[in-house]
Ligand binder design. Structure first.
Ligand code: FMN
Length: 178
């Protein structure tokens, strides 16, 4: 896949506060729609994105447990808000606050997912970076990635319990504290 040879540049891209990065996927997370802002910021062509799994823009700093939380929620029919750092085609990166929702057919079956992403407050990103780094460290310290993810999931759960919030509530508390 295209992203395998991507070398991280360490350069952060950003996008306008009035812009929204939008993508849609099928139930397995294969991209079925990408708006122009997504295409522009990620640096891929529409042809490269359509039909690709959404992990084409996965950044190695992202903890597995955050994606597990995302998939656990949306596959159960719930919406989720999440801070995500994404990888551009050239190795740059960009932070988003994503709102991911399931779409249903008339029978209530999930037909796909939709994600709208806005540029997050800088202070929220600064607070989430060390949290994700500690979750990633827990994951990387276990040679069995599933066990590592389970440990990191436990740590995230304890963190959220200590502040008495769901992940969504925690995400919004970061945004609102600026
Ligand atoms: C609608 C939707 C949007 C997604 N957006 C992103 C995204 O912006 N970045 C990302 O890394 N993963 C995104 N994912 C999650 C990916 O499908 C995948 O779970 C994640 O990249 C982890 O990949 P991995 O399991 O190969 O490690 C999205 C999934 C869905 C359903």
């Amino acid at each position: 896949m295209i992203k395998k040879n991507v070398r991280l540049t360490g350069h952060e891209r950003t996008f306008g506060e009035d812009e929204i990065i939008v993508s849609k996927t099928d139930p397995k997370g294969i991209i079925t729609y990408a708006n122009q802002t997504f295409i522009h910021v990620a640096g891929y062509t529409e042809e490269e994105l359509l039909g690709a799994p959404h992990n084409i823009i996965r950044h190695p700093d992202m903890p597995h447990c955050v994606f597990k939380l995302l998939w656990d929620n949306i596959s159960a029919g719930n919406e989720v808000f999440a801070f995500v750092v994404n990888l551009c085609k050239n190795g740059d990166h960009y932070w988003v606050l994503a709102h991911v929702t399931p779409s249903f057919d008339a029978a209530g079956k999930i037909t796909g997912y939709h994600s709208s992403r806005r540029v997050p407050d800088r202070s929220a990103v600064e607070q989430i970076i060390p949290i994700y780094a500690s979750l990633k460290k827990i994951e990387d310290s276990n040679p069995d990635w599933r066990a590592g993810m389970h440990d990191a999931e436990g740590e995230l759960g304890r963190l959220l319990e200590s502040v008495g919030m769901s992940y969504d509530e925690f995400a919004f508390s970061l945004v609102q504290c600026v």
